[in-house]
Structure formats: structure tokens, C-alpha cells
Design a protein around this ligand. Sequence first.
Ligand SMILES: [Zn+2]
Length: 399
Amino acid sequence: MTVSMDPLRFQPLSFDCEVLNLYTLDESTLGVELDRSAFFPAGGGQSGDRGTLVPAGYTPSDTADAPWRCIVENVEMRPEGLLHLVQNCAETVQKLAPGTRLHAEIDRDKRFSDLQQHSGEHILSGVVCGRFGYTNIGFHLSEQEVTVDFDGILTENDICKVEDLVNEIIWENRPIRVFFPTEEEKSHLSYRSKKEVEGPLRLVEIEGVDLCACCAPHANTTGEVGALRILKSEKNKGGTRLWILCGKRALLDARAKLGQNKRVSNLLSVKQTETADAVQKLKDEHAALLYEHIGLKRQLLQQQSDAAPVRDIQFAALDADTETLRDYADRLAEKANRFAFVCSAGDEKQFVLLTKTGADLQPVMAALRQCGARGGGRGGIMQGAVKANEEELRRALEI
Ligand SMILES: [Zn+2]
């Protein structure tokens, strides 16, 4: 089965081909050059297509059928040519020897998801340019996030308006035309382009919204984009960076966030529309309790230090913040002929070393450094951190 390919839309999604060359790119990656390909290579802020290679005459989707399969993890345009990246192992080198006839299948789900994001980005850029006159100066499409950069400031209000307009256009199901204009047509056209185009100019037109030079696969109509959500915005180099998601990815994102909100709603026994107020109330109550807790803890420590008998060296380990450690060390030092050593609990301990009798703390600090302590100070107080257990510390302090 050999089929011709449509360079306008990177169709079809499966085709027969032959291995021309096999390059070792690094220890883990081989680059397969084919005599033909409908795979979209990474570029313009977007990762390449993924897919599967099997021997000619088999189909990758029929797992029981094909004697072997090779996963194309990405596709890149390299100086050697259009390379389909596969795992580097001796077996693969043997299977994909130059001259081998293959059948290739492109991962339809990734292709469709990427084109939903990419066509959505074009609609968004057309709307922002038409309404605010800002230019799209950066686009990044990965499996983790999709970002678009504009060279002007968009307020929260602007962003809501833009999101509404983009979705109206999506629901109007406008045609998306991909074409190579003639030299004559080119001279009359005004189109967006991030950089000077080398070679034939491929234009993507969204009727009444946008005309842009672009090499990527696109939806046939705006309706295929499904929906566009603007999730986050940040000021970026005098402009605005928007985080967007379209189509199925927007749906999955909304589902995950709804799941989070459902959990919060169940945990706090409030309606899903009232979770933020309930969390705020909980935070306020927590802050008040924490304040009370710290006050009570200090009172308790005060009582403990008041009741402590006088010793040469006072030693204490507490589950407390640095301020409390310092406060307690200050009180305990009143009951120490030489010094007080107070540290926090845990593996890595904060410590305060304090004297009120003018004892020389330098040799004590030197002994602590033998235990791996860092830190220092002057006069009657030293502070730092140490990774040691209580027994090791007591030994270092000669208690
Ligand atoms: Zn594009």
C-alpha cells in the first residue's frame, strides 16, 4: 500500500516507505531517514509527530500481526535530512537496515491534540492582533504546557474578552485553508510571520481572523479546536505570556481541576462554588491557632527554664523555630555557669550557643565543627546548623 501525501495537511496518517539511511545520533538514539514521510518534524515551538514503524505489509495497530514494531519518539529536521528518532539498540539497527521496506503509522491522538493547540493559537493571535494590535512573538507547545507571548499588555478583563471572542470563532466552525500562494498572490497578501520564510511560503488562513506563514499541521475548520481556555497570564518582557489549552487538553485540565475542587468541597463540607471562602476561613482560623500555640509554647519554655537547676552547661533540643530557639537559649544561659546549647529537632539541626558568663565559645564551636557544624557569631552568641544526633552533640560539648 503506497499512498501519495498531501504537504498542505500532512496527510495521510499511514503510508509505505523505505529506509534510505540510518544514523547513530547518540548512545540511545538512531535517526531513520525514509524515502518519503508524512511525519511533522519538531520546529516553530512544537515537538514532532510520534508514530510506529513495522515491516511492509503489516499494520502497527494489529499487535498480533506485526513481527516487530519500532516506536518513532520524535522527528527532527537535521543536517542529514528528515530524521525519525528511534531507540538505539543492536536489534533496531538490524531491523531498519537501509533498503528495508516499512509501513509507518503516525500517532493520531498526538497529531490531533497538537493541531488543536496550534490552530487555537492562530485564532487567539488573530483575535489579539485584530482587537489590540499586539503581535505574537513566541509560541511553545509541549506535553507539559502551551504558551503564547504577545508584545503588549493584556489585562484580566482583556483576557476574558479575548477568550470569549476566540471561542465564538471556534463555534462558528469557520474554514481553515492551507495553501502555497503564487508570487502574484504573495505580493497582494498581508500575513503574520515570525521570521523570514526560506523556500516555498505556506500560509494558513482562518477566514476573517488570521493569515499566517506556518509549516505545521492544522485543523480543517475552527470547530475541530473544540474550545480554548486561557489558564494563566504573566507580564513578560514588557508584554504578556498566556498559558492556553485547547480541545481535549482543555477538557482534561478542567476535569482534573474539578476533581481537586470536589475533594476540597467534600473535605470542608461546603458547596463546590464556596470552596475558596471556606479555605480562607480555615486559613484565618489556623493563623489564629498558630499564634496562640506559639504563645503557649513560649510560656511553657519560660516555666521550664525558670525551673531548671543551675549547671555548667545547659543542653536542650526542641521542635521550634529559630526565634524560639534563641529566646530559650537566652533564658537557659541564665542558669549556666559556662554556656547554653539549644538546637532544633530533626536530622539537620539549627542551633544557638549562648553564654552570659563570658566563657570562651571558640573552642566549643571548634568541637562542633568537628561534628560537621557550620555557622559562627561573635561575643556571647553563636548560631549555625549541624547534621548530628543528640548523642554526638553531647559528646562534642563534653556533657
Ligand atoms: Zn503556526
